[in-house]
Design a protein around this ligand. Structure first.
Ligand SMILES: *Cc1c(COP(=O)(O)O)cnc(C)c1O
Length: 435
């Protein structure tokens, strides 16, 4: 029953190839296909569903709003929904964290926020260059694609990809090499060939790039270097933000304050598209309408977003619950990595943002993901070679579902690594290389 997709929908479709069911409904951390089969969701819309599917309280607010003919589209007009969102953001998120930011609404997707952030940094500083990092992912439109490392994605953008220089992310050369030294040297040596950039753009944890985690120490030194040289620091918190790592912003425990922050994915709380750019007030040099658009600020998403902030972020309960589940996840993944030690598997991540990396057997991750899907678990891969299993369950997932999903992962790992012996994985890898 997937004919129409395969005949009419462009070849560009992607996730549906890995998970070729036809889904009908979803609740919390579970999805159901049209035959009623249940799947546990360890992907959560790539992090767009931190509060799960169809959260009952958020749904109730949305339904009330729709029932009352609340305004849905308003360009960027003042609306009650936008006011409530901004007031909640300020009182629940920004002020308690001592953060002083203005809010820009770009178009509704993550890449729109990154484009706006890069454009603003260039406008404010009068400089053109942006420093981004190996394995970084910032979106698919020309500006943000220029800051995305992945060759497969860059290929389609070709000549449009200008103005970004790449430097090694934390850990790029392994634990022995401190890549901050490169950034410092390239920035401070006037003969390095790196023109002074407008901004440094980074993820604190690289989501698409393989769940690569930057240490707090590295982040702190990057911030200090940026300050010393009047370079803006942009943190792309589109995937790692909104509670994914335990705190609302992923950069909080690193004790840094970026000049610009991009948020999307789960800020809309219900899977509704919404993006925001947070910028230090002194950077707000936009002229009215200078970065314009039809869908800036999605009022239904404002309603959902404000409700989620009120439900989850007014005290520490949610943060503690995430920490508790993160601990469980970490413990189980570490056990799997230990059990299959000879395969050189490593565990990465922070909070409910984790990866199981099969650097020595890159195809194992895809095989485990496929097998997990057959057993009713949605588990995506990431990294340049899809060599990392990515664990991104909704933050609200019940502990027993988390355990059940992890049981499936343990079984599939066994099946692929033991059933599929070293030799058969190696063969699979040769086939992939040849194809
Ligand atoms: C998903 C993502 C983006 C792009 O968001 P879209 O909504 O897909 O355009 C940008 N940066 C990061 C870190 C992301 O994870």
């Amino acid at each position: 029953m997937t004919n129409i997709f395969e005949t009419l929908e462009s070849q560009v479709r992607s996730y549906c190839r890995a998970f070729p069911a036809v889904f009908r409904k979803a609740v919390g951390a579970t999805l159901y296909d049209e035959s009623g089969r249940r799947y546990i969701d360890f992907f959560a819309g790539a992090g767009a569903l931190n509060y799960g599917h169809n959260h009952p309280f958020i749904k109730r607010r949305i339904l009330e709003y729709l029932q009352g003919d609340g305004i849905i589209h308003a360009l960027d007009l003042y609306t009650t929904a936008k006011r409530e969102f901004l007031e909640s953001l300020e009182s629940i998120i920004l002020r308690p964290r001592g953060l002083d930011y203005k809010v820009q609404f770009p178009g509704p997707t993550g890449t729109n926020a990154v484009e706006a952030a890069m454009k603003l940094a260039r406008k404010v500083t009068g400089r053109h260059g942006i420093v981004a990092f190996t394995n970084g992912y910032h979106g698919m439109t020309a500006g943000s694609l220029a800051a995305t490392g992945n060759a497969y994605h860059r290929r389609a953008g070709s000549s449009l990809l200008n103005g970004v220089s790449f430097l090694p992310y934390d850990g790029y050369f392994g634990p022995e090499v401190d890549t901050f030294d490169y950034l410092r040297r390239f920035t401070e040596d006037s003969s390095s060939g790196l023109d002074k950039p407008a901004a440094v753009l980074l993820e604190t944890i690289q989501g698409e790039g393989g769940v690569n985690v930057a240490s707090f120490h590295w982040l702190k030194r990057v911030e200090t270097l940026c300050r010393e040289h009047q370079i803006l620091l942009i943190v792309d918190d589109i995937q790692a933000g909104c509670g994914r790592t335990g705190t609302f912003f992923s950069f909080q425990p690193a004790d840094i304050t970026p000049d610009i922050v991009t948020l999307s994915k789960s800020i809309g709380a219900y899977g509704l598209p919404l993006s925001i750019v947070l910028l230090k007030p002194e950077l707000d040099c936009w002229e009215p309408g200078e970065h314009n658009g039809t869908f800036r600020g999605n009022n239904l998403a404002f309603v959902a977003a404000a409700e989620a902030l009120r439900l989850y972020w007014r005290d520490h309960t949610f943060r503690l619950a995430i920490g508790h589940k993160a601990h469980l996840l970490r413990r189980r993944l570490t056990a799997i990595a230990r059990q299959w030690e000879s395969f050189g598997i490593s565990v990465r991540g922070r909070g409910l943002f984790a990866g199981l990396a099969f650097e020595d057997h890159p195809t194992a991750a895809r095989l485990i993901s496929q097998e997990a899907f057959h057993r009713g678990l949605i588990l995506e891969t990431c990294g340049a070679k899809d060599q990392v299993l990515k664990f991104l369950p909704p933050l609200i997932i019940e502990e027993n579902l988390l355990e059940e999903g992890l049981d499936i992962v343990a079984q599939c790992t066994r099946q692929v690594l033991a059933g599929g012996t070293d030799a058969s994985i190696a063969e699979e890898e040769i086939q992939q290389t040849n194809s």
